[in-house]
Design a protein around this ligand. Structure first.
Ligand code: GLC
Length: 752
């Protein structure tokens, strides 16, 4: 059958399937009582393995549409049995869980996965996570979190996909595809949930749940695009943010939940509130009581109440009183039923655990290893210290509180992660030293000194032993950073330097003269300027997950090469935050000519002695490491940047090509990045915007031409009327290995 008729048949099947779903929705709605409708909009918390009489009663009475945090498959099936076989209409439950970066096998935190710049790897990781979770009765995950994170003080940057809308959008789409699979009705597929809609990452001072003031233009050009990309990938649900957006909290924000999501984007799934975010409308000061909160949230477009019990308590009475139209409740219920029908829950409500492996198969650990290897970012490597050349190393000192922490290496949001599967860096290095890695005098001797009780410890009683071990070794490998509890929801830091006495430990090791490799595990970018000149090599590993040990050991000893690139800009000091690549220029951008550090100001200097430009007197105005930056064990050169054609119409396309050469001695992977700037526009535009990227593997000495299509639509931005516009004029482009790349060219957009 010719392709066109196959695609026609396929399209016909999809249409028929969708029409069948809509017929079933209408049939159910016609038979549902008002209370049963409200029940579908009510999500309750599970009891970790138990079916209480109260929960059984509520399910049987049709008062519950969804349960979260129940992952005992027998309990899930029993609750499902009550819903399907004992409630009047037999509507199955939807069981949700935060399956954020793995389930029992844990992948790097999402920010670490973002550092891979590898959508296919991210998709595979989400698929693996879905299969492990589905075996426990989960069919809905509250992921991907697609909030743009530009303030590393915020604990939840750990869960986000970085500072850039283009990168975050590509990775969010990949996660949705992984979680939802080819077919949402596949028993191993989970409904995904784009969260937290919207602007949550812009909380003032990097404090979680804090106020956000985001002009609509910024909302539409920075914070909304990744959500739109997730929708483009077919995301089944959205979650409303806790945060107050310009005075109207997201959970009652009609502009977000109805105008953008429904009217502009045509989303037909459902929106769930965040945990009790509906009753929190009273705490925000938007509503006087739960009844008002329920009315505000429902009329704004939030369909399901996550454990707030507000819809359960007040929605029916609001309808009876005439304050809320039952037709709106019907629309809300239809959205929930639509997702349940698309998941195939009516046909297959019960989880068949025998369909799923009891224990994670080796392929899951192999994937977790790959993800951990590709997420690590090499930030410094003086004299090519890494990979460690074993012919000169007889002994290694492994130092630090994160070298042997099976749980900590998993990071935040690991409800179901099993630390029993973890292989730690110390274990992996020990295996390498015992098995394969030999120095000049035979197997490498490894000595471990924890040095500090935790990453937060101020006690320095362990430092003398650290110094003694480092001084006696040929190389010191430090495993420092943040325990997992220092990032994640509600865990923000006002100072993002290394906590506790870790900087002191680094200084003490430096003083021994032994070469120092610093491996950092953390849930956010850290301010590392104070220690950068005290280490010879720096590998930033995020929280790498279950296979942290083998991945880091192989990277350190050269069995693998680092290929991670920063998904967030790294500040020198906390005071630079927020600092990110896609900033606007200001009227007085800092330059080498205008910048004067305060230490260089003459005595009695006046306010006019420093250049009048946008910088701090006590810190250089550049980041410590730019967005997109990362080293590897070879070097790459870019040349012959070309843009064809030189002029394009406002609906045209140019192709940007560059020659990439591996100029080093080892094979390697480069992440080629395409940035643009619209230097003159009706509203000011960022000085750099990422518009394309590609991981390119090249053998030593090889060259390749890399080409990016750049359609005019990719250059659209919200004009003064908030409508997307492509304006004629010059467009500058750069291609290189990070946001500061200098290899540039330009082309012209011409008016039609
Ligand atoms: C939380 C989080 C949200 C999560 C939900 C369920 O408070 O903000 O991301 O999915 O509760 O655990």
């Amino acid at each position: 059958m010719p392709d066109s008729s196959v695609s026609t048949t396929r399209a016909g099947e999809i249409t028929e399937r969708r029409e069948r779903v809509e017929r079933r929705i209408r049939d159910l709605l016609d038979r549902m009582t008002l209370d049963e409708k409200v029940g579908q909009l009510n999500q309750v918390n599970g009891h970790d393995g138990g079916v209480t009489d109260e929960l059984a009663h509520r399910v049987r009475a049709g008062e519950v549409g969804s349960i979260l945090n129940e992952v005992d498959v027998r309990t899930v099936n029993e609750l499902q049995r009550i819903a399907v076989e004992e409630s009047r209409l037999g509507i199955p439950l939807l069981v949700g869980r935060d399956v954020i970066h793995g389930f029992r096998t844990i992948l790097p935190i999402p920010l670490g996965q973002a550092a891979t710049w590898d959508p296919e790897l991210v998709r595979r990781g989400a698929r693996m996570s879905a299969l492990e979770a589905a075996g426990h009765g989960v069919r809905w995950t509250f992921a991907p979190m697609v909030d743009i994170g530009r303030d590393p003080r915020w604990g939840r940057v750990a869960e986000c996909l970085g500072e850039d809308p283009h990168l975050a959008g590509a990775l969010a789409s990949a996660m949705v595809q992984g979680f939802q699979g080819e077919d949402l009705a596949d028993p191993g597929s989970l409904a995904a949930c784009a969260k937290h809609f919207a602007g949550y990452g812009a909380g003032e001072a990097g404090r979680d749940y804090n106020t956000t003031n985001i002009p609509e233009g910024e909302l539409r050009s920075v914070h909304l695009p990744p959500f739109r990309a997730a929708l483009g990938a077919g995301v089944a649900t959205f979650m409303a943010s806790f945060s107050d957006l310009n005075g109207i909290p997201a959970s009652a924000n009609r502009f977000l939940m109805t105008q953008v999501l429904r009217e502009e984007w045509g989303f037909d799934g459902f929106v769930v509130s965040d945990w009790e975010s509906i009753p929190q409308l009273c705490i925000h000061g938007l509503t006087a009581d739960d009844r008002e909160a329920g009315l505000a949230a429902a009329t704004a477009g939030v369909d399901m109440d996550m454990v707030g019990e507000v819809y359960a308590d007040h929605l029916a009475e609001l309808v009876v009183e005439g304050a809320l139209h039952e037709a709106l409740v019907d629309v809300m219920v239809a959205r929930v039923l639509r997702v349940k029908l698309r998941l195939g829950l009516f046909e297959r409500p019960y989880t068949e655990p025998e369909r799923f492996p009891v224990e994670p198969p080796p392929s899951h650990f192999a994937l977790a290893y790959d993800a951990a290897v590709r997420s690590a970012v090499l930030l410094k490597n003086d004299e090519g210290l890494l990979p460690l050349a074993m012919d000169g190393i007889g002994s290694i000192a492994v130092i630090g509180p994160l070298a042997q922490e099976p749980q900590e290496q998993l990071g935040t949001w690991v409800f179901d992660g099993d630390p029993g599967f973890s292989i730690t860096p110390l274990e992996a290095i020990g295996v390498l030293a015992a098995e394969g890695v030999h120095g000049p005098t035979g197997p490498v001797k490894v000595r471990y000194v924890r040095g500090l009780e935790t990453t937060r410890s101020e006690d320095r009683w362990g430092l003398p032993e650290v110094v003694e071990a480092a001084g006696a070794a040929d190389v010191a490998l430090l495993f420092l950073g943040e325990e997992s509890v220092l990032s994640g929801e509600g865990h923000c830091r006002s100072d993002i330097s290394l906590p506790g006495a870790q900087e002191a430990l680094i200084r003490a090791v430096r003083a021994t003269g032994t070469p120092v490799v610093l491996v950092v595990m953390a849930g956010r970018p850290l301010a590392l300027e104070a220690v950068l000149d005290k280490v010879d090599a720096l590998l930033f590993a995020w929280h790498p997950g279950t296979m942290a040990g083998p991945a880091l050991a192989d990277l350190l000893f050269g069995r693998a090469a680092p290929s991670g690139r920063l998904p967030m800009t790294f500040p020198r000091v906390t005071g630079q935050v927020p600092i990110y690549h896609a900033h606007r220029n200001t009227g007085r951008p800092p330059t080498p000519e205008t910048f004067v550090h305060m230490r260089d100001l003459p005595r009695g200097a006046s306010q006019f002695s420093a250049g009048a430009a946008s910088y701090h007197l006590d810190t250089h105005y550049t980041p410590l490491f730019p967005f997109g930056f990362g080293l590897t064990y070879t070097t790459f050169a870019y040349s012959d940047l070309q843009v064809t054609p030189a002029r394009m119409a406002t609906d045209g396309e140019v192709r940007v090509s560059v020659t990439l050469e591996n100029t080093g001695e080892r094979d390697g992977v480069e992440v080629v990045q395409l940035y643009v700037r619209d230097p003159v526009a009706s509203v000011t535009r960022p000085v750099r915007e990422l518009k394309g990227f590609r991981r390119v593997a090249l053998e030593a000495g090889a060259r390749r031409t890399v080409t990016f299509p750049l359609p005019a639509a990719a250059l659209a931005f919200p004009g003064r009327d908030m409508q997307p516009v492509v304006e004629p004029g010059e467009i500058q482009v750069w291609v290189g290995g990070d946001a500061h790349t200098a290899l540039g060219a330009a082309f012209e957009i011409v008016a039609p």
